[in-house]
Write a protein that binds this ligand. Structure first.
Ligand code: NDP
Length: 233
């Protein structure tokens, strides 16, 4: 049974991923910043207590990330086959190149860029113990360097930066048998995407799981969207 860690799983795309992974019988560790208030996750865990563990994690808090492997071990997880770095924020309300909330920009980088790398480093021993281990980081087409659009530049920059970090990780972890990819989930109906977004969370989740299944050891880090289309870096 594949063992999968999903960050930021108490709502939105992360929650939809957990629902879809549970349906197919995987063993899941789903993280939430405040597990006691992660009602939807806790309800799912109540129905499948052997296969879903709800774990506390703030990806921007180094101490929280440092304790992650210990909390996974307490939940009985000593190996991971898949890590999905999903947690993310859109960033501050004031984030244009000419009028920037710099504290908000720094927070956006801490969550969207540094967070995924911290989490990878924290669970690397578990991934090394996994079978054909894979890391999928949820990025955004808004981070693609092929777009010159400049709105929400802190968010765009944080996703462009995490793409580069993940590409580098793919280079460094490939020889150790760990595959790395980044994916755009589509414009998804969540708190972040808004209710007029085009894609239902469940459809995005199914597409993202398909991408994970198609990741292969030895291939360089790729950038696809939820429907399987390649996205330009
Ligand atoms: P939501 O805002 O619906 O959910 C975000 C999730 O991330 C929540 O579980 C939230 O937890 C968690 N999170 C935020 N900050 C932290 C943190 N510091 N530590 C741990 N968890 C945290 O977003 P989506 O589900 O829409 O987005 C998921 C991912 O998909 C993000 O990376 C986003 O950038 C990306 N994406 C989304 C798109 C869309 O259209 N929706 C489009 C392109 C990319 P909490 O409830 O505690 O805040």
């Amino acid at each position: 049974m594949p063992a999968i860690l999903v960050t930021g799983a108490n709502r939105g795309i992360g929650l939809a991923l957990v629902e879809a992974l549970l349906e197919r019988g995987d063993r899941i560790a789903a993280t939430a910043r405040d597990p006691a208030r992660a009602d939807a996750l806790l309800a799912l865990a109540g129905r499948a207590p052997d296969r879903l563990s709800v774990i506390g994690l703030d990806v921007a808090d180094p101490a929280s990330v440092a304790g992650l492997a210990g909390r996974l071990a307490e939940a009985g997880l000593t190996r991971l086959d898949v890590l999905v770095n999903n947690a993310g924020i859109i960033g501050p309300s004031r984030q244009s190149t000419l009028d920037m909330d710099f504290d908000g920009f720094a927070e956006t980088l801490a969550v969207n860029t540094l967070g995924p790398l911290r989490v990878v480093q924290a669970v690397l021993p578990l991934l090394k113990a996994g079978r054909e281990a894979r890391i999928l980081t949820i990025t955004s087409a808004m981070g693609s360097m092929s777009h010159t659009t400049s709105d929400r530049i802190a968010y765009r920059a944080s996703k462009a930066a995490v793409n580069k970090v993940m590409q580098g990780l793919g280079t460094d972890l490939g020889p150790q048998g760990i595959a790395v990819a980044v994916a755009h989930p589509g414009w998804v109906r969540t708190d972040m995407g808004g209710q007029s977004a085009a894609v239902a969370p469940a459809d995005s989740a199914r597409g993202l799981i398909g991408l994970i299944d198609r990741m292969r050891q030895g291939e360089p880090c790729s950038f696809h969207d939820w429907s399987g289309r390649a996205v330009p870096w």
